[in-house]
Ligand binder design. Structure first.
Ligand SMILES: [Fe+2]
Ligand SMILES: [Fe+2]
Length: 480
């Protein structure tokens, strides 16, 4: 069966690598470079630990992964595409209704290559950003989770490298090498997108990154899963299967932080969430600090969507390469020739919603869909706060807040949406985005907990374990 994954080859795959000698050799040449990158830029010092990881062993719903102890460098990174849909047609744009492309259409080669490179660049970037977290994991359960996210981002890199090698010849091979050469935060050769050059120095950052930035990943993958270029669509559909866990790690991580803070507040009769003196003495993360860090992660992630009004996005849509979120569920002609879309802009001193050409507003729409998704996450966090009877509410900042890209990039806007001058912005900067004291405090909490079933003081245990195991399980066996 075409969907079966072959594990007897050097590179596990369900794309029949064994019958394509040229491609197989190209990927087998790239593999040691990938492993070098993993050793140099992947998780530090835990390469010999045995980690209870899931590995993708199929692409069918429900039964695609198996759990077991693996040393990370021995993880079976493979090339896995979702099953091909018989008779699939291009769902949008000027080629709508034509058979989906199985080969790269020459006229769109450069456009598609660029998209794959940008997506591919984010995958190793996040591994690099997270490489030190193993040292400060609040439990073995959490340590296992960050490593799971890391190996799967590595697999996502494989997914993009496969497309580059298979469909873009020499250019593709060079781009695949470059994916291993840029480094997150590097002054000379940084990663392509801003948020992927920010540090992830602590576990609060990690949970917020996986809540918000991996969720951007989901939105991008969802749009690419609509692509008329079928191999890209199938690749992204399978990546989405893995992505769910990354967002779960983030969302549930923040929930556990909130829960712990709330429990400690109760135990000590603290009713003011801003009673930082006592809360920090008790070594938990106060909710206003969480809000400030959330402001940061949310706003830098919005920049990943690019300009709200974008001819590039319009071209990609028209060409049938990158669609909208849940494109096939949208009730319109999927071509948007005369349609408009309401876009928030700033005009004559205030924010107004204006009807704009829908096709140039593709990014604005994806941003809207993303924000709706984020609101659900924040609502779940607020539910935890409320369940403890604490008077505090987390709020997503205004979309014009702290932007570097798009139509609000030159403005100074508060989290609540007030337009400020530069001086006020600078004066309020730390109260909006967190101060160096905030970061120092959070870092001071980051003491590793590596005893089975134990958790750091600033976070509650999870409701249940992972991969069929309880919370109290040796998820990582660290060699002494
Ligand atoms: Fe990914
Ligand atoms: Fe991810």
């Amino acid at each position: 069966m075409a969907n079966d994954v072959s594990y007897d080859t050097l590179i596990p795959n369900n794309v029949d690598l064994s019958s394509d000698r040229r491609l197989r050799r190209a990927l087998e040449t790239w593999q040691p470079k990938f492993l070098n990158w993993w050793r140099e830029s992947g998780p530090t010092d835990f390469q010999q630990a045995e980690v209870y990881l899931r590995t993708a062993v199929g692409v069918e719903r429900g039964a695609w992964a198996k759990f077991g102890f693996v040393r990370m460098p021995e993880y079976r990174w493979g090339v896995l595409l979702a099953p091909q849909e018989e008779g699939r047609t291009i769902p949008f744009g000027e080629h709508k209704g034509e058979p989906a492309w199985q080969e790269i259409p020459g006229e769109y080669r450069a456009l598609i290559q660029r998209l794959i490179v940008i997506q591919g660049d984010t995958e190793p970037a996040s591994v690099e950003q997270q490489r030190f977290l193993g040292h400060t994991a609040p439990s073995l359960y959490d340590m296992r989770n960050v490593f799971q996210v890391n190996v799967e981002e590595g697999r996502h890199l494989w997914a993009m490298a496969y497309l580059l090698h298979k469909y873009f010849g020499r250019d593709g091979r060079e781009e695949a090498d470059m994916l291993l050469e840029r480094t997150s935060g590097d002054a000379d050769r940084p990663r392509i997108l801003g948020a992927f050059n920010e540090a992830t120095p602590d576990w609060l950052s990690f949970f917020l990154f996986t809540s918000f930035t991996d969720r951007d990943g989901k939105m991008q993958l969802e749009s690419l899963a609509q692509s008329g270029f079928d191999p890209l669509s199938r690749t992204c559909r399978f990546m989405l299967t893995e992505e769910g866990h990354h967002m779960f790690v983030g969302k549930s991580g923040v929930e556990r932080i909130i829960d712990r803070t709330s429990v400690v507040m109760h135990e000590h009769g603290i009713t003011d969430p801003g009673d930082v003196g006592r809360l920090h003495e008790l070594r938990v993360i106060d909710l206003p600090l969480l809000q400030r860090k959330m402001n940061f992660h949310f706003s830098v992630t919005l920049d990943l969507f690019g300009s709200e009004i974008s001819t590039n996005a319009a071209n990609l849509f028209n060409a049938g390469i990158k669609g909208r979120f849940h494109e096939t569920d949208i009730d319109d002609d999927h071509q948007l020739r005369d349609d408009t879309y309401p876009v928030l802009t700033f005009k004559d001193g205030r924010f107004v919603t204006e009807a704009m050409s829908a096709i140039t507003a593709i990014n604005a729409r994806l941003l809207d869909d993303y924000i709706v998704d984020c609101q659900k996450v924040v609502a779940a966090w607020n539910k935890v706060i409320k369940s403890h009877g604490i008077d505090f509410e987390l709020v997503l900042p205004h979309r014009a807040f702290n932007r570097r890209q798009g139509m609000f990039a030159d403005m100074y806007v508060s989290p609540g949406g007030a337009v400020l001058n530069e001086a006020t912005w600078l004066a309020e900067h730390d109260s909006f985005l967190g101060s160096s004291e905030d970061s120092t405090y959070v870092l001071s909490l980051m003491k590793p907990v590596d005893q089975v079933g134990e958790y750091a003081d600033w976070i509650s245990p999870p409701k249940s374990g992972v991969g069929g195991k309880p919370g109290e399980f040796e998820y990582v066996r660290i060699p002494s």
